[in-house]
Design a protein. Structure first.
Lengths: 286, 241
């Protein structure tokens, strides 16, 4: 590999890692703080991508799709948490697994009814539909850079909220000792609704941003869910910082792995997860 | 009745509480007036913590009522009871391992019922100088005594009308215990009503305006510290001291 190829692969891995972080951060918050295993997180990503397709078809603008898609996903998150998840907090994890698995089937059917089973494409906005030259014969797409910038800005924003605001302190406290948060007169139920809705919105935003990079197709969230679970386990359940570094690690491994050791490319991320768990059984930042 | 006009901060009437088939409280009546310090005594497993948790909504009573400033809050969720100017320092201190000392104090801060901030960050620092040296330490990095001070300081940051202390001196070294009693005295002199559950009878009798003794989920004594000092057999029979 020459230097330019390494640079492009590095940019790809950072972009993929940042997008993975965006999706995984919601999963790790919901899992770590609420103790809910949301298997439908990948399906939320898929719904986000389909919303991008629908809104771009309707308005012609990905920006408008983002502005409309995020509130829609927030509402979806609030409705699911209030009417479905809320009754399962005191139950065994198996009930949550069954419920959220059922949600995958329902969301897949809704997607099939609303948009059919064809594969769709979402065009890259004209403003971002170019490339930046890295060398005489190598360039990098502007849209991928823009996605990285958006994800990085969101990562910094999330870090600021979690580390510097009272809401963030309360969220972290909830991850540590939920009953004590309630003992301080704070409504944990509302906190959980906010966290779940934010998690769903982040997954949806991941889907919207991914839509122009890949096709929009049925079941596209399944693989994303598995990779996000790997990221959450590597980073440590409930840790935003862990999700960030776990996602960057998976981004690097997924991009460089197939180039450096092609024969192990399909199992590389799982090997990394196994190695991390051998050294730190609770994940890097739990 | 408005919150401000009631003489009683909290009133529990006829609390009947069960854990599964186990009948833990048998019609407990318990109340605290404004400015009053009340002790709740009894051997382990007699229902002291259950009485507190039942009044706060963590363990809803099967029968009985709980009133806060005259308003019925029976069956209300704990946050909804506690946010109405109560503060609860549970047994075990309830530290957040991932929050610093400063964050423990800033996170729950809210004004008193009259909108003032009698207790704020600076006053808590003045009252607990040891904490001011540990502001960036995580809750789990503190000693037991420092954790207890932080738990009380955190509760004071909510500017409560009633502070509930469950086993605040348990497991602490004698010198630290003395320090905690000194702080509880400051809180009492500040006019904050207090419920104290503790095994150190001497300081409790010095501090409490009224004492309640629980045996097997029943109240067997209610009276002043002078009454208890005059009848040591009551303590010997029911507490074992």
């Amino acid at each position: 590999m020459d230097l330019a190829t390494i640079l492009i692969q590095l940019l790809n891995s950072v972009q993929y890692g940042l997008l993975l972080f965006l999706i995984s951060s919601g999963l790790t918050l919901v899992f770590g703080i609420m103790g809910v295993i949301n298997l439908a997180h990948g399906a939320m990503y898929m719904i986000g991508a389909y919303l991008a397709y629908a809104f771009v078809e309707w308005t012609g603008s990905l920006g408008v799709a983002i502005l409309l898609g995020i509130p829609v996903m927030l509402i979806v998150g609030i409705v699911i948490e209030r009417f479905l998840i809320d009754s399962l907090y005191s139950r065994d994890h198996l009930f949550q697994v069954l419920l959220t698995f059922g949600l995958i089937l329902i969301l897949n059917d809704i997607q099939s009814i609303l948009w059919g089973n064809d594969t769709h494409g979402v065009p890259i906005p004209d403003m971002l539909n170019g490339s930046i030259s890295l060398t005489d014969n190598m360039s990098y797409p502007v849209y991928r850079l823009a996605v990285s910038v958006v994800c990085l800005a969101l990562a910094i924003g999330m870090y600021w909220v979690i580390q510097k605001t009272r809401l963030g302190m309360t969220i972290r406290a909830g991850a540590s000792n939920r009953e004590m948060v309630e003992s301080l007169g704070i409504n944990v139920r509302t906190l959980f609704t906010i966290i779940f809705a934010a998690g769903v919105a982040l997954a949806g935003l991941g889907g919207i941003l991914s839509a122009p990079l890949s096709s929009v197709y049925p079941g596209m969230g399944d693989n994303v869910l598995i990779i996000c679970l790997v990221v959450v386990v590597i980073g440590g359940i409930g840790s935003i910082k862990g999700a960030f570094w776990g996602a960057m690690m998976i981004g690097l491994v997924s991009t460089f792995g197939p180039v450096l050791i092609p024969s192990l490319s399909s199992v590389m991320v799982y090997l990394v997860m196994a190695l991390v768990l051998l050294v730190k059984p609770r994940g890097l930042f739990a | 009745m408005t919150l401000e006009n009631s003489d009683y901060i909290i009133e529990a009437e006829g609390l009947q509480v069960f854990y599964g088939a186990s009948h833990v409280l048998h019609g407990v009546d318990f109340s605290v007036k404004r400015g009053e310090t009340v002790s709740l005594m009894g051997r382990n497993g007699m229902g002291k913590t259950t009485t507190l948790r039942s009044m706060l909504g963590f363990v809803p009573p099967k029968e009985g009522r709980v009133k806060l400033f005259g308003c019925d809050v029976t069956g209300a969720r704990p946050f909804n009871v506690i946010k109405r100017h109560l503060a609860y320092v549970p047994e075990g201190r309830g530290m957040f391992h991932n929050l610093s000392v400063r964050e423990h104090l800033e996170m729950p801060a809210r004004p008193a019922m009259d909108g003032t901030w009698r207790w704020n960050f600076d006053r808590v620092m003045d009252t607990f100088p040891r904490l001011s040296e540990r502001l960036n330490h995580m809750g789990s990095q503190l000693s037991g005594g420092e954790q207890q001070m932080l738990a009380i300081g955190r509760a004071l940051m909510t500017n409560p009308e009633l502070l509930i202390l469950d086993e605040a001196t348990e497991g602490l070294a004698p010198l630290i215990r003395e320090e905690i009693w000194r702080i509880i005295n400051i809180i009492k002199n500040d006019g904050i009503s207090t419920i104290i559950v503790d095994k150190n009878i001497g300081p409790i009798l010095d501090m409490a305006d009224r004492n309640v003794i629980l045996v097997k989920g029943n109240i067997v004594f209610e009276g002043s510290s002078d009454d208890l000092r005059a009848n040591p057999d009551i303590l010997a029979r029911n507490i074992g001291v």
